[in-house]
Design a binder for this molecule. Sequence first.
Ligand SMILES: NC(=O)c1ccc[n+]([C@@H]2O[C@H](COP(=O)([O-])OP(=O)(O)OC[C@H]3O[C@@H](n4cnc5c(N)ncnc54)[C@H](OP(=O)(O)O)[C@@H]3O)[C@@H](O)[C@H]2O)c1
Length: 254
Amino acid sequence: MSTLNGQVAVVTGGAGGLGEAICIGLAQAGCAVVVGYNSSEGPARALAERLAPVALPHVALKCPVTDSAALATLAAEVQQRYGRCDILVNCAGTTRFVPHADLDGLDDALIDQILATNVRGPIAALRALKPLLAAPRDDGATGLVVNISSIAAVTAMGSNIAYCASKAAVDNLTKSMARALAPAIRVLSVSPGLADTDFVKSLDLAWRNEQASRTPLQRLALPEEVAAAVVAAATHLTFTTGAVIPVDGGRPLA
Ligand SMILES: NC(=O)c1ccc[n+]([C@@H]2O[C@H](COP(=O)([O-])OP(=O)(O)OC[C@H]3O[C@@H](n4cnc5c(N)ncnc54)[C@H](OP(=O)(O)O)[C@@H]3O)[C@@H](O)[C@H]2O)c1
């Protein structure tokens, strides 16, 4: 029995490695999914077509999180197509590997791009969709925002120092958004450790294996496990807001 039947979810970065798994998970739970894309229009459309059919149609829509005017257009289109939005998953994110000591390698343009996408993006997406997310529902359910954070927020280990800081900011945003938007909208972070997406699989195998061996559960996260945490936030954690849900195999314990 699907539990999110009739609900509508917008997933930014929906065609990415984790975004795809999240879209699949939400559709399997009964949601109509808006697969938000920036540059990956083709993969986003293909994904929307192969998601599990639900009561309402899935769709791929342009969702550039650094462009607030485009986000307003997206919100208007969601309103027109569905008349509602129950779940926003802020999954869009960007980074590049720069050794933490290489401050010259971390140029201003990269810092600005990371902060605009990873920090301003979730705020801008929520700003655009807030009226729909906050709308009262017949069953008294709340709207839900899930910010995809990262273990880098707490370990300060990750692709570069600006990326780590951006994810710490995301977890902080989760708390202030949750306080400010209650009781109409719940806000959570789902915080993955390194996840075995196609991109991560393409990296150096020895490095990947080392990351797994440093994790108490001795492996990387499956994208499906990150998606399961997002779905659980909607289906089971109904009295939880402002919390950070780790999906990291215990990595910070090691
Ligand atoms: N993979 C991991 O191990 C891991 C671990 C912890 C946290 N995370 C977080 O999980 C999220 C997804 O990561 P991923 O591994 O799935 O990476 P990914 O495959 O590279 O996907 C990144 C997604 O972000 C979208 N994006 C980038 N810039 C954007 C912009 N300006 N506007 C809208 N969308 C934009 C891309 O959209 P287009 O392709 O359409 O351009 C893409 O779908 C990120 O927030 C990342 O920080 C990942």
